[in-house]
Ligand binder design. Structure first.
Ligand SMILES: Cc1cc2nc3c(=O)[nH]c(=O)nc-3n(C[C@H](O)[C@H](O)[C@H](O)COP(=O)(O)OP(=O)(O)OC[C@H]3O[C@@H](n4cnc5c(N)ncnc54)[C@H](O)[C@@H]3O)c2cc1C
Length: 330
């Protein structure tokens, strides 16, 4: 028996009417937008092209009490098999530019700039310090939100200020010190109710050959130590204090362990790879197995670095955004 689709919910029409420059699509499979290549569809995917439309988008979200979240380059994300309710927001080309900052040796980068592109721009401008981002396949927004880091460096080390959106506050710029940056964490992640729009970084002058040598060294290290043959999302767990998650997982005999289409990488035990047909459920089950085994055998509780893409509602609704700490706007 074929079912006749009912009328589109009114919020979909409102979204289309509110956004004319931004791309709005409904029921969009999110797999291709993530490096893990699992999960279902977004009710709505908005590729945002202006600050005005950001404000209008949030008026619609508030009016209809819709869940919302932000997708960067999807390199640290698990999309649930059931998909994501409400609005998934991606920053479009309008947020993908790099310009010189107001102060010497600073650059202002839009949140949608891919890390590799930013590193290349720094190299061309003779500015160093963030070369490690070449190894992290995300966007500047994701790097700031997650305080991405590698090779003894962290994004926050070079961060001067962040321009962000928060419902009720609008668009604000605040110094990096306001966002409680810590190991793979900040108060800027979308699940806490904020959207990074751009950031200013302070870099150090560096000659081109030194910068190029660092970039090559980081790329070579990655090729030698990380799986490249199957989709993955980088490290699944944060390293516990004074140890490495990969070492503990390997010692517990879990390297190579398969569950459905998900496998603990044979090359790097803190990576879970999608062997081709993994579901989000397979990955979550494997994560649970690893955590339970390690807790039982070593007493260590592994904390997730991987984020699940789930919409949350604006303050005042169930599942509301909670932003700890005060915000200082200029
Ligand atoms: C092969 C591989 C290697 C990796 N190596 C590293 C590594 O060495 N170090 C490391 O730190 N990470 C690593 N990662 C993980 C990942 O690349 C980083 O966490 C990256 O910073 C995520 O950026 P993204 O744009 O892909 O964000 P996404 O994965 O799309 O999003 C991650 C989180 O940030 C939020 N978010 C994204 N953009 C914004 C924004 N503009 N405003 C607010 N919130 C936002 C999302 O809602 C989500 O909660 C690796 C991943 C892969 C696949």
């Amino acid at each position: 028996m074929s079912s006749v689709p009912g009328p589109a919910p009114p919020w979909r029409n409102d979204l289309r009417a509110a956004l004319t420059r931004s791309r709005v699509r409904f029921d969009v499979p999110l797999k291709p937008f993530t490096t893990l290549r699992v999960g279902g569809a977004a009710d709505a995917l908005v590729e945002l092209e202006s600050d005005d439309e950001l404000a209008r988008l949030f008026e619609v979200i508030a009016r209809h009490d819709l869940p919302w979240t932000v997708l960067g380059k999807g390199s640290n994300l698990l999309v649930p098999d059931a998909g994501v309710r409400g609005v998934v927001l991606r920053l479009g080309r309008a947020y993908a530019t790099v310009t010189p900052g107001a102060a010497i040796h600073t650059l202002h980068a839009g949140a949608a700039v891919p890390n590799a592109q930013f590193v290349e721009r720094c190299r061309r401008d003779g500015l160093g310090g963030l070369e490690f981002l070449i190894a992290i396949p995300g966007s500047i927004g994701g790097a700031v939100a997650m305080n991405a880091g590698a090779h003894q460096g962290e994004t926050a080390d070079a961060l001067v200020s962040v321009c962000y959106f928060q419902w009720g506050l609008g668009i604000a710029t605040a110094p990096a010190g306001d966002f409680a940056f810590a190991y793979r964490s900040s108060q800027l992640r979308a699940p806490l109710g904020r959207i990074v729009l751009s950031a200013v970084f302070r870099l150090q002058p560096v000659d081109e050959s030194t910068s190029r040598a660092r970039i090559t060294q980081f790329q070579t290290y990655r090729r030698e130590t990380q799986p490249r043959d199957f989709p993955n999302c980088g490290s699944v767990f944060k390293n516990p204090a004074g140890d490495f998650a990969a070492r503990l997982i390997e010692r517990a005999g879990l390297k190579g362990r398969m569950l459905g289409g998900a496998q603990v990488s044979e090359k790097h035990a803190n990576f879970i790879v999608n062997r081709g047909n993994a579901t989000a459920a397979d990955i979550l089950e494997l994560i649970a197995l690893i955590r339970e085994t390690l807790l039982r055998e070593t007493g260590v509780t592994l904390e997730l670095e991987l984020q699940q893409l789930v919409g949350t509602r604006l303050a005042g609704s169930s599942g509301s955004h909670i932003v700890p700490g005060a915000v200082s706007a200029p």
